[in-house]
Every structure is written in structure tokens, then in C-alpha cells.
Design a protein around this ligand. Structure first.
Ligand code: ADP
Ligand code: MG
Length: 652
């Protein structure tokens, strides 16, 4: 899996998880708040509905009160003038504000009824409203249950009685609904000029099958709002547990008259007399509904008032919120992915370039660079990689040049070596002859003193030539590394002989200080000789105007050291670190290869030894070759006795 995919999965996980969690919490919370708000609203609506209901009752009372102010009614009652009274009351009745009107005397007996079969003789003293007016002398009002016969007696319009009644579609008709009706009633006192109570004007409106109150509630409280063709708000008046006035519709579109409330609501509202607010399935839809009891003036519960809010619009709103939130989550996730895609593309682009660049470098294109400039850690990384490539390219270039030089040099050296070996070989035999015959001549009796001296010179010089030739032969011979116990003074002397034969270093005085009792070292003679020659040549080259070259051998604890010192230019401090590096040279091209010290160091290391340098710029340098002595455990630190070094007898 790539970094990008991993990053994206991780980010997406985080975004989705947090967003979903957030949405879930918010949606639940919003849902709760919404429900609370709706329940609150239903309760408020219920009290508004109650207000409308009370208003209706009060309106009736106010109407009667206004009518009762007419002095002629009181006068008619006092004078017992039926004609006059009938005229007055009929006028009131004709204003059509009450279904039933009765004028009663001080005792509650019926004096006049504008409608109805039995106009006189009856008594309404047992009517709760009338009782109250008679008892207090004040207007009274309320909701009452009235028997059918009483309604007829009070002069109700028969058409109203016919309209009320249970839904004909329903088989079973509630018994009590047929026996009683529910009315809002009001009674106002009639007073004489002195304020004495002379009668009661009583009026009542039937609620069964009448829809003024519930429709007013719907219009005022719910402002007639609809949702998908249904009224959002509905109101119902119950007589007992039966719907007698409602704007809840049945599936056939009729008002749901005659149906009953659920037993639970009946228990809470009708029996316990409490307000009930709950989600309820009414007729065909879910409603958020609230009920409260309707009481008669004696505080007996005779029915209930109900308002219901259609739940669908709220559910719809809640769904909308859910949808909006889910959409937000989706958008956030998509945006995250897109953003991350771009960011990772931007961030990871250099990695691709680095890989591509590395492949090109491996393939040999040393000029390849990442070539992207960035800030921060990525920038540092890219710069470092490019710098590394620069360094590699430079080094490669140097190496190539040096190798070219070296190859040329070694080819030259090799051919010179072969040539020298050939010449030396050719010269060697005649030299041996010359020497032999010179000795023979010298040992002759007849040779004069002068001849002997001359011959000695010849022998000495020839011997010197032979030594040089031998050394040359030894040096040029390509022999595999062959280690053997060795006295380091041997190669040291051979090196010196070779050096002395070089005419260009005539200005250099050579001093030797070779210890006599050195332990042997295990070494390859030729290689050791090459090391010493390299060091000695460096020393000579450091003294172009002459100086002293000193070679010293000594024992140092468990080691044998060979020291080559010069009084030359010395080595600057900053070069001490690098002089052993291959190809490090301060000499002009063609003169130095920068290989001498590195090759020497390699050889000495292979012998388990080391090369130490001490140098003072302007004063000279000392190179010390350290080799482990044979038979001495390494690391043994016995001090070499000073002044023990002595001249070793010549092996000639
Ligand atoms: P080369 O002799 O071809 O330059 P070497 O490896 O032998 O290469 O030496 C490396 C460098 O070390 C020399 O170029 C020189 O600057 C420095 N060096 C070595 N020996 C001496 C010395 N005895 N005195 C001063 N500089 C020295
Ligand atoms: Mg050198």
C-alpha cells in the first residue's frame, strides 16, 4: 500500500468517524429539541384552544348581559306582563346568538321561552348555571350535560337534534350520546331599579354536531395551515369519551363524530383530570396531541378538549435535517479525499523524482539531479541528495583523471622497469667478468703499487655499479607478496643505495642510524623496500634546495620502527589528515601521483603495522613506519633501552 493510500484511508476514517458521530449527536439533539418544541407548542395550542372555548362561553354571557340591560324586561317581570316579555325575549332570540333562550323568574321558574312546546310552568332551578345566578346574583356560565328531553323543552331546533347523533356508518351508537347533549350555557341576573334580583335570562348553545368552536380554534390557533392537503392542526370537543365536535376527518372525509378516545387518554384525562400530551394515532394519521378535561360548574369532568398537530411536517423537517447532515458528511469526506489527493501528490512528488534520479545515477548518468526546490525538511533532504550526487560526480571525475594519469604512469614505469631489468641483466654479466678479472689482476705479483690502487678503485666502483644494478633488478622484479622473517636494516640499506645513486639529490646529506640488535619482523622484502623508497623520495622532494635525510631504525617495545626524517618544507596542519588519501598530492601534474603514501600505508597495514607522521611546516617531517616484532605479543609496551642502537656490521 502506498503512503498516499494509507494516508487517505486514515484521514477518511477520521473524517467519517468524527463527522458521523457529530451528525448523530446533532441529529438526535435536534430531534429532541424539535420534539420538545412541538410538545411545547401543542400544550400552548391547547391553552389557546381553551382560550377560544372560554371566549365563546364568555361571548354568550356578554350577549345575554347586554340584552338584560334593557329595563323593559325587569319591568315586564315586575308587572307580570307576558305580552311585553314575550316581545322582548323573542327579539333577543331572533338575534340568533343562542340556540335556546329562557327567561326565568326569581325562583327559577320559566316565565317565557321564545321556542319550544312547553313555555311556562317548568322550572330550571336544578340547572347548575341558573342555581349559581340565583345564589350569587352574578352572571354565571359553563359547560353542561343536558338530557335530550330538557333540550327539547328548552326549545332546541329539531334540525340540530337530527344533525347531532353518532356517525350513521358506525353500528354501535354510544348510548349516553343519545340521552344527553353538551351545551355551553350562561345566565345573567335581571334586576329592578333598586338592584333587586327579579329574574334570570338564560341561554345555551349546543356543542354536539356544531363546529364553530373547533373551526375557530383551527383558524385562529393553527391559522388554517395544511400539509399535503391535510389540516396541520385539529381540535375536538369530547362529551365524555365521545367526539361530538371535531375537524378531524375520517378516511371518507367526514368529520369523525361519534368515535371514542383511547382508554389510556380516558383514564388520564377523564378519570384523573390531568392534561395529557402524547404522540397519538388519530383516525388515520399520527398526531402530537394534547387533551385536557372540560368540567361543569360543579367541577365534575364531563368531557375533554383536544388539539392535535399533524406529525408529518415535523417528521419531514427532521428527515430534512438528517439528509442535510449526511450530505454534509459526504461532502466533507469527498473534499477531504480531493484535498488529500492534491496534498499528497504535492508532497510525494519529490519522492518519485528522487527515485527516478537515483535510478539514472545508478544507470551511469551522474548529471541527474532531483532539481526540485522545497522548504522545510523535504527541501533539506532534496538538497542533501543533490549535493551527494554532486560529490559523487566530482569524485568520479577526479578518480577517472587520476586513474588515467596513473595508468599512463604505471605503463611508463612498467616499460622503464622492463627496460631497466633487461639492461641490468645484460650489464650484470659483463660486470661480474670485470670484477673477477680486476680481482685477478690485483692479486698478481707483478702489479705495481700504482696498479693496485687503480685496480682497487675499479673494483670499488664496479662493486657499486653491481649493487645498483642488483637493486634495480630486485626492485623491478615483479614478485608476489612473500613474507619472511626479516631484518628491516636490509631493505633500509638497499633503499639508501638506490637513493645515493640518484644524482639529482646530491645536495642532500644522508645520515643513517641503524640499530644493531633488532628483532626480526615478518615482511615481504620488496614491499617494505618500496614503502621506504616512497617515504625517502617524498623526503627528498620536500628538500629541493638540499638538506638532511636521516634514516633511523630502532626497537620500541614489541615493535620495530623505521624513521625517515627530513629538513624539508614540512606539511601544513590541514593536510595531515589527507596526505594518505589516494591521489592527494600538492605536486605539479606529472610530478606527483598522490599514490605513494596511500600505497605505502596499505602495505604497512597489511603487515599489521602503522605509519606515524610528525611535521612542522618549514622545519621538516618525520615519517615512522611501525611494524610488530616477531615473537613479541602485540601491545606489549616494554621500553626500548636508549642508546642501544649501534652500527650493524656490513653484510658485504
Ligand atoms: P606524491 O608524492 O605523488 O605527491 P604521496 O602520497 O607520496 O604523493 O604524498 C602525498 C603528499 O604528501 C605530497 O604531495 C606532499 O604534499 C605530502 N608529503 C608527503 N611526504 C612529505 C614530506 N616528507 N614533506 C612534505 N610533504 C610531504
Ligand atoms: Mg610521493
Amino acid at each position: 500500500m502506498t503512503i498516499r493510500v494509507r494516508l487517505m484511508i486514515a484521514f477518511l476514517g477520521v473524517v467519517l468517524a468524527t463527522n458521523l458521530l457529530l451528525s448523530l449527536v446533532t441529529i438526535r439533539r435536534v430531534g429532541q429539541v424539535l420534539i420538545e418544541e412541538v410538545q411545547m407548542r401543542v400544550l400552548l395550542d391547547l391553552s389557546a384552544a381553551r382560550e377560544v372555548y372560554e371566549n365563546h362561553v364568555q361571548g354568550l354571557a356578554q350577549f345575554l348581559e347586554a340584552a338584560s340591560l334593557d329595563d323593559s324586561i325587569a319591568a315586564g317581570l315586575q308587572q307580570d306582563d307576558p305580552q311585553q316579555l314575550a316581545q322582548e325575549v323573542r327579539q333577543i332570540y331572533q338575534m340568533d346568538r343562542a340556540d335556546m333562550i329562557s327567561l326565568l323568574d326569581r325562583t327559577g321558574r320559566v316565565v317565557y321561552r321564545p321556542a319550544g312546546p312547553d313555555q311556562r310552568d317548568g322550572s330550571m332551578a336544578d340547572n347548575e348555571v341558573v342555581q349559581r345566578v340565583l345564589a350569587t346574583g352574578q352572571p354565571a356560565m359553563g359547560t353542561l350535560l343536558v338530557s335530550r328531553e330538557d333540550l327539547v323543552r328548552q326549545g332546541i331546533n329539531p334540525a340540530l337534534l337530527a344533525r347531532w347523533g353518532p356517525d350513521p356508518a358506525k353500528e354501535e351508537a354510544p348510548e349516553d350520546l343519545l340521552e344527553h347533549g353538551m351545551v355551553v350555557a350562561a345566565g345573567v341576573p335581571i334586576r329592578d331599579e333598586q338592584g333587586g334580583l327579579v329574574g334570570v335570562l338564560y341561554g345555551a348553545n349546543l356543542l354536539n354536531g356544531r363546529y364553530r368552536i373547533v373551526d375557530t380554534i383551527r383558524d385562529l390557533v393553527f391559522q388554517n395551515q395544511t400539509y399535503e392537503g391535510k389540516d396541520i392542526g385539529t381540535a375536538t370537543i369530547f362529551q365524555g369519551d365521545v367526539r361530538i365536535s371535531t375537524n378531524v376527518k375520517t378516511e371518507q372525509g367526514r368529520r369523525a363524530i361519534g368515535t371514542r378516545v383511547s382508554p389510556e387518554v380516558a383514564r388520564v384525562v377523564l378519570e384523573a383530570g390531568e392534561t395529557y400530551a402524547q404522540r397519538a394515532f388519530v383516525v388515520s394519521d399520527w398526531y402530537l396531541s394534547a387533551y385536557e378535561p372540560i368540567r361543569n360548574p360543579d367541577s365534575r369532568i364531563i368531557g375533554a378538549l383536544y388539539v392535535g398537530l399533524l406529525e408529518a411536517p415535523y417528521v419531514h423537517r427532521q428527515r430534512l435535517i438528517v439528509v442535510v447532515f449526511l450530505a454534509m458528511v459526504l461532502i466533507a469526506a469527498t473534499a477531504t479525499i480531493a484535498l488529500l489527493w492534491l496534498i499528497t501528490k504535492q508532497v510525494l512528488k519529490p519522492i518519485g523524482r528522487v527515485i527516478e534520479m537515483s535510478r539514472r545515477v545508478i544507470g551511469g548518468d551522474l548529471g541527474a539531479r532531483v532539481g526540485i526546490r522545497r522548504r522545510g525538511e523535504m527541501g533539506a533532504l532534496l538538497r542533501a541528495i543533490d549535493e551527494m550526487a554532486d560529490a559523487v560526480a566530482q569524485r568520479e571525475e577526479k578518480l577517472k583523471a587520476a586513474t588515467r594519469r596513473q595508468i599512463g604512469q604505471s605503463e611508463k614505469l612498467a616499460s622503464i622497469g622492463r627496460l631497466a631489468a633487461g639492461v641490468a641483466h645484460e650489464v650484470n654479466n659483463p660486470l661480474t667478468g670485470v670484477l673477477t678479472f680486476a680481482h685477478l689482476l690485483r692479486d698478481k705479483h707483478e702489479a705495481s703499487e700504482q696498479d693496485r690502487r687503480d685496480l682497487d678503485l675499479i673494483i670499488r666502483e664496479t662493486t657499486r655499479v653491481r649493487d645498483i644494478v642488483r637493486n634495480l633488478l630486485d626492485f623491478a622484479r615483479e614478485s608476489p607478496s612473500r613474507r619472511q622473517p626479516l631484518d628491516v636494516n636490509g631493505p633500509a640499506r638497499q633503499m639508501l643505495t638506490l637513493l645515493r645513486s640518484q644524482k639529482e639529490y646530491r645536495a642532500i646529506r644522508i645520515e643513517e642510524d641503524l640499530a644493531g640488535d633488532l628483532p626480526a619482523v615478518e615482511a615481504d622484502q620488496n614491499q617494505l623496500q618500496q614503502v621506504l623508497l616512497n617515504l625517502a623520495l617524498n623526503a627528498c622532494e620536500a628538500m629541493p634546495d638540499g638538506g638532511v635525510l636521516k634514516i633511523r631504525t630502532a626497537r620500541r617495545g614489541g615493535e620495530v620502527i623505521i624513521q625517515i626524517s627530513d629538513t624539508g618544507v614540512g606539511i601544513p596542519r590541514e593536510h595531515l589528515e589527507t596526505i594518505f588519501d589516494p591521489f592527494f598530492t600538492t605536486k605539479p601534474t606529472g610530478k606527483g601521483t598522490g599514490l605513494g603514501l596511500s600505497v605505502s600505508y596499505g602495505i604497512v597495514q597489511q603487515h599489521g603495522g602503522d605509519i606515524e607522521v610528525v611535521s612542522e611546516p618549514g622545519a621538516g617531517s618525520t615519517f615512522t613506519v611501525v611494524l610488530p616484532a616477531m615473537g613479541a605479543p602485540s601491545g606489549e609496551a616494554t621500553q626500548a633501552p636508549t642508546g642501544a642502537a649501534g652500527k650493524e656490521p656490513s653484510d658485504e
